[in-house]
Design a protein around this ligand. Structure first.
Ligand SMILES: *Cc1c(COP(=O)(O)O)cnc(C)c1O
Length: 487
C-alpha cells in the first residue's frame, strides 16, 4: 500500500514529452534572461513517462477516501456526490479569466449569474433578498448575527443575548461569541426537540434572537416551529435559521414560511459543491424584508428586462453592515450551485429532499434493532444512533466502530456529535446513494456489531486495512507530516 515519492520513481533520461525544434527564430535563453536569474545547474526534476506520472497520482488518490470512491455518511455535512458538470461550468474560460476589478459592463454574465442565484436561493427558502459573500456556513452565521445586531441598533434597542439550543452545531455559539453576544442555552426535551417551556422562561427582553436548526442535528423536524416563532416575535426577538440541514426541506417547505427572519445556506452541502481540502465553501445568507437595508455591500442590482437587463454593484447602502469578504464571495462555488439548481429545476429540488428523507429512514430501519436510537423516529434526512449498548455489553466505543468501518471501505459517520447523545453515531446518507450502496453500508455496520460481540479485538485494533492505522488525532492535526508518505 506504500507509494514511493515521484523523485524515487524517476530515472535519468526518461521523458514524458519531447518538444520539436521551434519553427520561429529564437535566441538562446542566456541572451534573453539576465545571467543573475539563471540557474547554474539544471533543476533536479523527476523524469518519468507520462503513463507513470498518471499512475503515480491515481495510486496516491486511492490512498485517500473521497466522495468519488464511496459513500460519505457524515451526519450534518451532507456529503452528496458532486456532479462533474459543475466543475465543467465553473472551469469555463469566461469565468476563470475574469478579474474581480474588471469594469461592471464587461462582467455582466458573472453579475447575472450571481443575481439569479440569489433569486433562486430566496425562492427556495422564502426570503426577500440574499448575500452571496460569506465563505462558509459559520461565516454566514456571523453575517446573520451582525445583521441582527444592526437591526436592533436601528430600533435604538440594546439586546445582548442570543438563545442557542443545546443540540446546535458548535459554530452557532462560536459565531455568537465572536459577535460579542452572551449565549443562553435552551434545553432539548425528551423528544429531542426544543423545550418550549425552557424557551419561554429564557426569552427575556434582552434576547436579540433565537438560533435554531431545522430539522435539528438529530434529524428531527421542529414540529412546534409556528408556536416557537410566535413566542420569539412577540418578544421583539428575531428568528435565525441555521440552514445547514436545508437538504431535508428544499421544494417541500421554506424557512420564510415558518417565520424565520434570516437563514444561511451551505452551498457546499445542499447545493453539491465539494467540501474540498478545507474549502472553499460558500454560506449565502437570506433575509426577510425588514433586514434588506443592512445586507453587506456591494448588493447586485438589476435594471431593465430580458435583453435590456443590466446588472450593477451598489456600494451606496448607508445602513449596510459593510463587506464580509473581499470582492464578492467564492465565485467558483457559486457557479457550481447555480449549475446544480438549474439542472434540477423545481421538481428536482423537491426530489432531493424526498430521496434524502427516504434514504435516511430506510437505512435507519435496517439498523434499528442492533443500535440504540435515543430519540424517537421518524427522522428527516439524517439520524443519530448511540453506541451505548455496544459499550456496555462489549466494551467497545463508538470510536472503535467508526475505525472498523474504514476496513470495510466506508468513511465513518459523524461521531460524538450532537453532544446530547452519548456515544453518538450520526448518519446522513444523502439522496445520491443507491439502495445497493445503502445496503452495503448497513451490512457493514451490522457485521461490525457482530464482531463487537464475538471478536471485539478486531474493533479495538482497527483500522488494519488502511494506509495508516490509528492516529493520535489531536497530535496529527497539530504536527503535520507532509514531507512524504511513511517517513
Ligand atoms: C456544517 C454546519 C455548520 C457550519 O457550516 P460550515 O460551512 O462548516 O462553516 C453549521 N451548522 C450545522 C448544523 C452544520 O451542519
Amino acid at each position: 500500500m506504500k507509494e514511493a515519492l515521484i523523485f524515487d520513481l524517476s530515472r535519468k533520461g526518461r521523458r514524458g514529452i519531447r518538444f520539436g525544434s521551434p519553427d520561429v527564430p529564437s535566441k538562446p535563453v542566456q541572451q534573453m534572461i539576465p545571467q543573475k536569474h539563471l540557474r547554474s545547474e539544471p533543476a533536479d526534476l523527476p523524469e518519468l513517462p507520462e503513463s507513470e506520472v498518471v499512475r503515480h497520482f491515481i495510486r496516491l488518490s486511492n490512498l485517500n477516501y473521497h466522495v468519488d470512491k464511496n459513500m460519505y455518511p457524515l451526519g450534518s455535512c451532507t456529503m452528496k456526490y458532486n456532479p462533474k458538470i459543475n466543475d465543467y461550468t465553473s472551469g469555463l474560460q469566461g469565468f476563470t479569466s475574469m478579474h474581480p476589478l474588471q469594469p461592471e459592463k464587461t462582467a455582466q454574465g458573472c453579475l447575472r449569474l450571481m443575481y439569479e442565484l440569489s433569486e433562486m436561493l430566496c425562492e427556495i427558502a422564502g426570503m426577500a433578498a440574499a448575500t452571496l459573500q460569506p465563505a462558509a456556513g459559520a461565516h454566514g452565521e456571523l453575517t446573520g448575527i451582525l445583521l441582527i445586531k444592526k437591526y436592533h441598533e436601528s430600533l435604538g434597542s440594546k439586546r445582548n443575548k442570543l438563545l442557542v439550543v443545546d443540540s446546535a452545531h458548535g459554530t452557532n455559539p462560536a459565531s455568537a461569541a465572536i459577535a460579542n453576544y452572551e449565549i443562553v442555552s435552551i434545553n432539548s426535551n425528551a423528544e429531542g426537540r426544543t423545550d418550549i417551556e425552557d424557551l419561554r422562561q429564557k426569552l427575556t427582553p434582552d434576547v436579540a434572537a433565537l438560533m435554531l436548526t431545522n430539522p435539528n442535528t438529530l434529524g428531527l423536524f421542529e414540529k412546534d416551529i409556528l408556536a416557537i416563532e410566535k413566542l420569539v416575535h412577540e418578544n421583539g426577538s428575531l428568528m435565525y435559521m441555521d440552514g445547514a440541514n436545508m437538504n431535508a426541506l428544499t421544494g417541500i417547505t421554506r424557512p420564510g414560511d415558518m417565520g424565520f427572519d434570516i437563514v444561511h445556506y451551505n452551498l457546499h452541502k445542499t447545493f453539491s459543491a465539494p467540501h474540498g481540502g478545507g474549502g472553499p465553501g460558500s454560506g449565502p445568507v437570506g433575509v426577510c424584508d425588514k433586514l434588506v437595508p443592512f445586507l453587506p455591500v456591494p448588493v447586485i442590482e438589476k435594471t431593465g428586462e430580458s435583453n435590456n437587463a443590466r446588472y450593477t454593484m451598489n456600494m451606496n447602502r448607508p445602513e449596510s453592515i459593510g463587506r464580509m469578504m473581499n470582492f464578492y464571495g467564492n465565485f467558483g462555488v457559486l457557479v457550481r450551485a447555480y449549475t446544480y439548481i438549474r439542472m434540477l429545476g423545481a421538481e428536482g429540488m423537491q426530489s432531493i429532499s424526498e430521496n434524502a428523507i427516504i434514504n435516511a429512514n430506510y437505512l435507519l430501519s435496517r439498523l434499528l434493532k442492533t443500535f440504540d436510537l435515543p430519540y424517537p423516529k421518524p427522522v428527516m434526512h439524517e439520524f443519530c444512533l448511540s453506541g451505548d449498548r455496544q459499550k456496555k455489553q462489549h466494551n467497545v466505543r463508538t470510536l472503535d466502530i467508526a475505525k472498523r468501518l474504514l476496513d470495510y471501505g466506508f468513511h465513518a459517520p459523524t461521531i460524538y456529535f450532537p453532544l446530547i447523545v452519548s456515544e453518538a453515531l450520526m448518519v446522513e446518507p444523502t439522496e445520491t446513494e443507491t439502495r445497493e450502496t445503502l445496503d452495503a453500508f448497513a451490512d457493514a455496520l451490522l457485521a461490525i456489531a457482530d464482531e463487537a460481540e464475538n471478536n471485539p479485538e478486531l474493533l479495538l485494533n482497527a483500522p488494519g486495512q488502511t494506509p495508516v492505522q490509528r492516529l493520535d488525532e489531536a497530535q496529527a492535526s497539530r504536527q503535520l507530516n507532509v514531507c512524504c508518505f511513511g517517513c
